[in-house]
Design a protein around this ligand. Sequence first.
Ligand code: PLP
Length: 415
Amino acid sequence: MTHEDDRFFMRKPWVYDPSRKPPRRADADLGFNTRALHAGFKPGKDLEKFRSFVPPIVQSMTYPYERFDKIPYPVYGRTKTPTAAVLEERLASLEGGEAAVTAASGSQALFNLIFTIARPGDNVVTSLHIFGEGYKQAAAIFPERCNVEFRFVKDPASPESWDREIDRRTRLVWVETPSNPCLFVTDIAAVAEVAHAHGVPLLVDNTTATAALQKPMELGADIVLLSITKFLAGNATVLGGAIVGPEALVEDIRWNTTEFVGAIMQPFDSWMTLQFLETLSLRMERHSANAQKVAEFLAAHPKVERVNYPGLRTHPQYDLARRQMKAGGGLLSFVVRGGMKGAATVIDAFQLITHAVTFGTSRTICMHPPTITHEHMTPEERAAAGIDDGLIRLSVGLEDPDDIIRDLEQALAKL
Ligand SMILES: Cc1ncc(COP(=O)(O)O)c(C=O)c1O
């Protein structure tokens, strides 16, 4: 029995059509910075009653009926609110996509996407270069609870390796680039070509680079996953996520999944994100410049065995990163001498750098992926993904870079 078109569902399930070109966005000729400030809201005009220069926070989770038989829109805060609608339109604009739907976190956005498009017996093709909660969804939650299989390609640098795992039950190819925590860079255009040859859509997680540095949709991605929690909001005050993609997919997620299990981002968090997005490209430039300096310092340090940063010439996909990204971004990771003990010594010695779980913050923050975010990978999977025991993830903030380097220097001296 299937419930797909019956009374339970409010929208027709999305069916991927590889031949369909998304319509050109009306704001496609505006520059990125202009869209970061204007998309989704015209000061003094939209939400007219307010005549507000800043998008208003409409902190209401329900919207009254005018008449018995006229459903208001928005109707309820689980699926749509005026403030989240501005944010969704702005995110779609920045990624160059048709539409967007937010979620309470990036992990929930991923879950909602897969839950919406995959059915028992289907599969999703990805690699081990993915964030920890995504890995857990892929390795345990979806296979065990929904009978949706996830296939991790053996050699994500090779398009043939992606090609080999795709079959007629593949509903999605999912790439995270640069990846968390090892900054592996995947060739978006090459994987898009492979996926499309099989009639399968490509999802790119653009969380680490953001649209300020990388435009997956221009390279062939059909869908973009965003954790808003990271650089987009930028200072650890907001938890949120989004899926950007074809409008029919976005509305399928909103009305056939979010409507029943909720929820989109709430008005105040949406509003804060709108403020932070105004400075996204300025922040990403500075994060990248600072991270470049820090990466170069670490690469020359005798107690550091390896540095993963797409802006370093020693990065295995340096040329690809230069083609695909405007700059290296604010995230890097490095392996210190002495394995787990070495990492613990360095992390506990930091004075300016904070040890906490997240990245993309204005203040520099570090974390130990093997014991925190990626602890559920098998040792073999961690080895294949480059997550050594001595690996430290460092999200380089907006401080003066010499101060970050001084803190690293004194902490590494403790080894
Ligand atoms: C690349 C990437 N995507 C998505 C997420 C999920 O984000 P959230 O923490 O908002 O659930 C994360 C979290 O670490 C991430 O690193």
